[in-house]
Design a protein around this ligand. Structure first.
Ligand SMILES: [Zn+2]
Length: 366
């Protein structure tokens, strides 16, 4: 336990530790950076560091107060989940109670005015169980515009007894007046080495699979932890079948056009209409990989690291024109998804165009 267990963003962690050691705790902080890198986790660690009975400048996770802090976070989460289920808008914010450590998140697509009003009401009062209150406002960019002035009032006169931590992906989504009143901590995507070290603990994944998971996670610890190999492979398989049919290379030229496998793959691709966006991104990643593998040393950046040998064969046998045509086809599928059309025909046509060399129409009209 303690800050040593935090993965990545060493300079943010160092700053938090320094703040704790100095005892000068800012009234308002802003944790900004990409999703999944642990902004909220570090905010909660800071909160524990402020109250821990054992470790100064750190936290143990075991003492009475550390456990109490966990409990407060859990209760706050339960409360938010319950409120999100309430149909009647006015009743969603009825009877808000904030603990000394409180997680504040959007109840609807917004953090509602009443949530921020309650924050202001409590911020200036004495903490109840802890030496200091910490309010963590996650997705701070979602604070309802009508609540911004209320929040600004609190930031203008920061309370002595409360620290506000605003958490958001991009600081520039917040008003400059809010930004300028917060002590800002910038987070970066986590380096691949740290993510690989984390994934190495997952014994269900082989080394190449860990490498794949790290690439897919793209700097997000949360994504690395949530990586589901079976799901990824299930989504990827129809792409492999499709591209294999389209880019298949035989000694001395193309195989005879593999129509039936091409049509089967097109059908499978179009079938997955739920979460089509995620499926499409896998298609894009495979194309990008093939494109990169055409260059010497291109395998360093490849996403589907577990398939390098196979992708290299495709790279060697496909022309730039083939790949551009496929890319244009995927772009078109991406645009069409909002209209929720069945894309099977589109993928079939795309495959035929590449196999028969009839690409000009597609790349031109997109
Ligand atoms: Zn403790």
């Amino acid at each position: 336990m303690g800050f040593d267990s935090f993965i990545g963003n060493a300079s943010a962690v160092a700053t938090v530790r320094k703040i704790l050691r100095s005892g000068r705790i800012p009234g308002a902080m802003l944790f900004a950076g990409p999703d999944g890198v642990g902004k909220k986790t570090l905010a909660m660690m800071l909160a524990k560091g402020l109250v821990c009975e054992k470790n100064q400048g750190d936290f143990c996770g075991e003492c009475r107060r550390c456990r109490k802090a966990e409990e407060m976070i859990a209760l706050g989460r339960e409360d938010l989940a319950r409120r999100r289920e309430i149909k009647e808008a006015a009743r969603r914010v009825e009877g808000l109670v904030y603990f000394d450590l409180q997680l504040i998140e959007p109840i609807t697509s917004y953090i509602l005015t009443e949530q921020i009003r309650q924050l202001r009401n409590v911020a200036y009062t004495c903490p109840f169980e802890f030496p200091r209150r910490v309010f963590i406002v996650d997705d701070a960019q979602a604070i309802h515009w009508q609540a911004i002035d209320v929040l600004l009032k609190v930031l203008e006169e920061p309370p002595d007894t409360t620290t506000l931590i605003l958490v958001c992906p991009n600081a520039y989504e917040l008003r400059p007046t809010i930004r300028s009143r917060c002590f800002r901590l910038a987070f970066q995507p986590v380096d691949e080495g740290s993510i690989l070290a984390l994934l190495a603990q997952d014994k269900r994944l082989t080394k190449p699979q860990q490498a794949l998971a790290a690439r897919v996670a793209a700097g997000s610890v949360a994504q690395a932890k949530a990586f589901d190999l079976a799901d990824y492979q299930r989504r990827r398989q129809p792409w492999l079948d499709f591209l294999e049919s389209v880019l298949r290379v035989a000694p001395g030229g193309r195989d005879p056009a593999p129509w039936s496998s091409l049509f089967d793959a097109a059908k499978a691709l179009a079938e997955n209409r739920e979460d089509f966006d995620r499926t499409l991104r896998i298609g894009f990643s495979l194309l990008r990989d093939v494109l990169q593998l055409r260059e010497p040393g291109g395998d360093k950046e490849v996403m589907n690291v577990d398939l390098v040998a196979r992708l290299k064969t495709w790279a060697a046998g496909s022309s730039l024109e083939d790949l551009e045509c496929l890319k244009a086809g995927l772009d078109r599928a991406y645009r069409l998804q909002i209209r929720n059309v069945n894309q099977q025909l589109g993928f079939e046509e795309l495959g035929i165009d590449v196999v028969t060399g009839r690409k000009s129409t597609l790349t031109q009209t997109g």
